[in-house]
Write a protein that binds this ligand. Structure first.
Ligand SMILES: Cc1ncc(COP(=O)(O)O)c(C=O)c1O
Length: 446
């Protein structure tokens, strides 16, 4: 098998870039490996040259049913024709709240970015404090007061703001970042404990991804999230779980059910609605949410709670509720992971696959990463290179090296990977040494 020829696909992207910067609607300082797709169905995508890809990106994890899933579409139509408009908000909210421990009430939104902002505003109002603790490598949206910033013991409680930071944008309001957040290291409970001992009076909230997916799918250490919960309780700090990725993806509703830790506020997005229609949800205890009831805190948004979106959420929850698809997705994802690892092994290539298999990442590393510090530029470079080669043989992962399974995956997709992994690893092992010493590395550097 040979690498795909992307002539027409590249030509289309060049034509499009006349109107759309880089022919893409999102950009960080990573090399964009975006391919323009002409069409798709189920687990497969087609580019403008007719090349076929296995879609393990699924719109950054959102499209948990794959592309144009017939079961989803039929159930959606059925629910829309049988559940009255006046009932959908009630039923949808009940279905979500049943699956998020500790949450009594919900408000809807459209993007993770804005809903995280609402969560932080609510926490600041509730506590009367102004600063939120975030963690290196976690991502909570495209907003100036949370995008970027690094831990620096010398500047605490302020984050260090560095132009080389891939999430620090020119034009961003660095004062919002400086005044609004403190950045610490994730998975380091001693650091958090010492910091809160000193600064708890300033801290409104601690916000965290329960699995650090954006930091390379790093799992929380044993007891870490429980210890974070305890510290928040000790100092009356609001604990916010950003489950924009993990919610409805790792299991129905919230991952808090298996982790055994309850957040005070939870943000769901992406897979909540199945990924075609944007819907996010902010969930919390009545104690916090009553600040909206009392009009003490503002929560605005023209499209919040729009019906088509809520029908999609209800459909998505009703299909996923019997658990069958989660088992199926996990088992196919894990099979694909084992194919990649075995083939890497056969070509003497260091490769680990880590994290929950519903949102795992591969890394060209001999060891599982346990901290964001270990996710070095060299690993990111190699991961990106491998991802680019996988794309040229038809396996389309999400940004850097994330692999998101969908309900559309089936046995044929395993065979699709099986037929390609050998070519991928052979090609990768041939180019990697050359690539490290070439100028190519610069284009991946973050
Ligand atoms: C954990 C997490 N939180 C928040 C966001 C922001 O969500 P959105 O892109 O819908 O604004 C993302 C996006 O990828 C995310 O991964």
């Amino acid at each position: 098998m040979r690498r795909y020829n992307l002539k027409k696909t590249s030509e289309y992207a060049s034509a499009l870039s006349k109107y759309i910067p880089n022919a893409a609607h999102s950009n960080f300082k990573y090399k964009p490996s975006a391919i323009k797709f002409a069409s798709g169905s189920g687990s497969r995508l087609l580019d403008y040259d007719g090349n076929e890809y296995l879609d393990l990106s699924v719109r950054s994890g959102a499209m948990i049913f794959g592309i144009n899933n017939a079961e989803f579409n039929n159930r959606y139509d059925y629910i829309r024709s049988t559940v009255k408009k006046r009932d959908i908000e009630y039923l949808c909210s009940e279905a979500i709240l049943r699956n998020v421990p500790g949450a009594d009430m919900v408000r809807y939104g459209l993007s993770g970015t804005e809903t995280i902002q609402n969560a932080m505003r609510l926490a600041r109002a509730y506590t009367g404090r102004k600063r939120v603790v975030t963690f290196e490598g976690n991502y909570h949206g495209n907003h100036d007061n949370i995008l970027g910033g690094r831990y620096n013991p010398l500047t605490l409680p302020y984050p260090s703001i560095n132009a080389d930071d891939p999430h620090c944008s020119k034009g961003g309001m660095t004062n919002a970042l400086r005044d609004g957040i403190t950045v610490l290291k994730w998975n380091d409970i001693e650091l958090l404990e010492n910091f809160l001992y000193m600064y708890h009076d300033e801290i409104a909230a601690v916000i965290t991804e329960p699995i650090a997916v954006n930091a390379g799918s790093i799992m929380p250490g044993e007891g870490y999230l429980h210890a974070v919960r305890k510290l928040c309780d000790r100092y009356n700090i609001v604990l916010i779980f950003d489950e924009v990725i993990t919610g409805n993806r790792t299991q129905l509703g919230s991952i808090q059910k298996t982790m055994g830790v309850k957040a005070d506020l939870t943000v769901l997005g992406k897979a909540l609605s199945g990924g075609d229609l944007p819907v996010t949800a902010l969930l919390g205890s009545r104690d916090l949410m009553r600040l909206y009831e009392n009009h003490e805190v503002i929560y605005g948004g023209t499209y919040n709670g729009y019906e088509m979106g809520l029908y999609a959420v209800y459909t998505s929850m009703s299909i996923l509720s019997d658990g069958y698809y989660y088992d199926e997705m996990r088992s196919i994802a894990e099979y694909i992971h084992s194919l990649l690892k075995d083939s890497a092994n056969a070509y003497n290539t260091e490769l680990v696959i880590q994290g929950d298999s519903m949102c795992a990442s591969f890394h060209c590393s001999p060891h599982i990463l346990t901290s964001y510090e270990q996710y070095t530029n060299d690993i990111i470079f190699m991961d990106n290179l491998l991802r680019d080669i996988m794309i040229l043989y038809g396996i389309y992962c999400c940004r850097i090296s994330r692999m998101y399974p969908s309900c559309a995956l089936c046995e044929e997709d395993i065979a699709f990977v099986q037929n390609r992994v050998g070519y991928i690893m052979e090609d990768f092992s041939a180019v990697k040494e050359r690539a490290v010493s070439s100028s190519l590395k610069k284009s991946y550097k973050i």
